[in-house]
Design a protein. Sequence first.
Length: 334
Amino acid sequence: MAGDATETTHAIRVDAFGGPEALNWRAVPLAPPGPGEVRVRHTAIGINFIDTYHRSGLYPLTLPTGLGGEAAGVVEALGADVDGWQIGQRIAYLGRQPTDAYSERRNVPAEWLVPLPDAIDDDTGASVLLKGLTAWFLLHECHVVVPGDAILVHAASGGVGQLLTQWAASLGAQVIGIVSSDEKAALAEQNGCHQVLRADPATQAKQVRALTGGAGVRVVYDSVGKDTFFASLDCLAPRGLMVTYGNASGAVPPVAPLELAQRGSLVLTRPVLFDFIADPEVRRAAVATLFERISDGTLSVRVGQRFALADAADAHRALESRATIGATVLVPDA
Ligand code: NDP
């Protein structure tokens, strides 16, 4: 209730779905944390491509809405019935809705929080939960990658892509990455891609066949969507797995099951991270594994861009024009 608000903070609000110009920076009321909630002051906020889908209405939210599902910060206040968290503690969080991480301060359910180890800085903490857990479920749950698996990774030097490629290479997969620039190709190679192709759906299947002795790959991880869907199917070995997990170029239109039959009994899945971490125990274990892989050096998290929180629209422009590399964070005090 607005009448409960005792303070204000500044946050991004979307009043009508649209382009980056739909992001409005303004003062908003901030109620005291409710039962089971924790007040967090953000130090860094992770940008994810899903934020652009929420902004544009591809994944519609109730308006007006905030944006953003992950951030790092400091616990400022505890609501009733909250145990195990301390004021001043460094944390990161990941949550599905409400989406309000694009803010200076907010209240979040305590169950979303993860304590941040000293070895993980705020930028990394803000940008690694959604992307890192996505890499985890894609490689360990959606398909269990085994040594020798040939896999194709689109947007290999993006926020998710840089983690997916490093992790897959560490599991012994033959990782073929697709990127759009020299700088991104260099990062993909550094991250363990065995071969790196330039984004070009017209030649993709032929090149992938050449790199796999004509066999095709066991799995395609396609986050690009509309522009690459059929080219990706053409890269698969018989009974291969097509994982279409994002829509950076637009949503994939309806597909006839015969398209899968004609290419060799392919399997198609359209997974969503939150369905793989719905169980709190599974989620805790996955976060622990992710943080271990960061601390043992398997995963290096490159934050390639930082924008002031108030300039979130510029960050969206960069992300949607393929100008970003690695992860992107928003900083409240920049
Ligand atoms: P990225 O940092 O990967 O940015 C998107 C990248 O996609 C671009 O840098 C670009 O890489 C590539 N791309 C190809 N075509 C286009 C296009 N037409 N417009 C824009 N970008 C394009 O973003 P994130 O790491 O945040 O997310 C990656 C993908 O993973 C997104 O599709 C997202 O929706 C998906 N995702 C899905 C989840 C799930 O649960 N299903 C969970 C988390 C993320 P390049 O220049 O090299 O082509």
